[in-house]
Write a protein that binds this ligand. Structure first.
Ligand code: G4P
Length: 289
């Protein structure tokens, strides 16, 4: 198996975000966590359940356009069976986003709404907190949902972002906070999957090792994708697969050797932009072990 150095996160960010979530929890009626549908387990924050305690929780499986649809359905069923309200979305095209408000009203906060109605308190806004690891599509989601373009206004260098309420329609408001939510990093298997999707900056990673690992992984699960895209027919060790991909794409340097760095960058870019097809990197039953 190809080797790669371990990936770390920053303790300062973790403490700050943890505090921010805890201190704002009392302001909201429910918590919405956005996940990458390709890694619905590894892309989850490991402390979320503990931090959120008994608030109603919703998961949005975003980037579903790049995930394997049958796997996404398996994850939806899995998380629903654990008591979450779950929808899938593609915030790039907007597909699935219109299912959000009905899911909030009819599932996530249905009980609260009923309780308020029985007390004649129907006018109070329904308030949610949104959280997600970097690059998962949090801003894309808010910008699609927001009634005004407020979400992006303070996203400029040198301007301190503070928490703000964004109106989403149907009397639902969302608290957008500038916290950096960290993903599941305690096991390196999860860290690698995060890196495959681009959730970790490549400049701290060895791209050849990363692409080799990705190819090894894909060779086991989606061999057809490698055959179609890189004409890879056989092999099992990651670096060997990377060399095959580079050679078949004509990425050679003088002397006929494969330019493995170029091949690695290509493989990672193509995977991340969906050119290898719709791929999900994990399934619930594998994560139960
Ligand atoms: P963040 O706030 O959580 O950090 O994420 P953000 O919305 O900035 O999205 C990060 C990247 O993911 C963006 O791409 C965005 O377009 C893309 N993205 C968000 N949701 C989806 C989705 O459902 N499907 C797909 N395929 N992509 C999605 P980018 O390359 O950084 O920018 P750009 O392509 O928008 O120019």
């Amino acid at each position: 198996m190809a080797e790669m150095a371990s990936i770390q996160w920053f303790p300062g960010h973790m403490a700050k975000t943890r505090r921010m979530i805890q201190s704002n929890l009392s302001l909201v009626d429910g918590v919405v966590e956005i996940l990458d549908a390709r890694i619905p387990f590894s892309g989850r924050n490991p402390e979320m359940d503990r931090l959120v305690k008994d608030k109603p929780r919703m998961l949005i499986l975003n980037k579903s356009d790049m995930a394997d649809d049958s796997a996404t359905q398996i994850w939806i069923n899995y998380y629903r069976s654990k008591g979450y309200t779950v929808i899938k979305a593609d915030c790039k095209s907007g597909a699935g986003v219109k299912g959000f408000l009905p899911a909030v009203r009819n599932q996530l906060l249905a009980e609260l709404i009923k309780k308020r109605e029985s007390k004649g308190m129907t006018g109070a806004p329904l308030r949610l907190m949104i959280v997600g690891i970097p690059n998962v599509g949090k801003s894309s989601f808010i910008n699609r949902m927001a009634k005004s373009k407020k979400a992006k206004v303070e996203d400029r260098p040198g301007v301190t972002r503070t928490k703000q309420w964004v109106k989403l329609g149907d009397n639902v408001e969302m608290l957008d906070m500038p916290g950096v939510l960290w993903p599941k990093f305690e096991d390196q298997e999860a860290a690698r999957k995060l890196a495959f999707t681009g959730a970790v900056k490549d400049d701290i990673l060895d791209v050849e090792a990363l692409a080799s690992l990705l190819l090894e992984y894909l060779y086991k699960r989606y061999p057809e994708a490698l055959k179609d895209r890189y004409k890879i027919e056989n092999g099992s060790e990651g670096f060997e697969l990377l060399c095959q991909a580079g050679r078949n794409r004509g990425m050679l340097i003088s002397g006929g050797e494969v330019n493995t760095e170029r091949a690695a960058i290509t493989v990672l870019d193509e995977f991340r932009s969906g050119k290898l097809g719709r791929i999900t990197l994990e399934l619930p039953e594998e994560e139960q072990k």
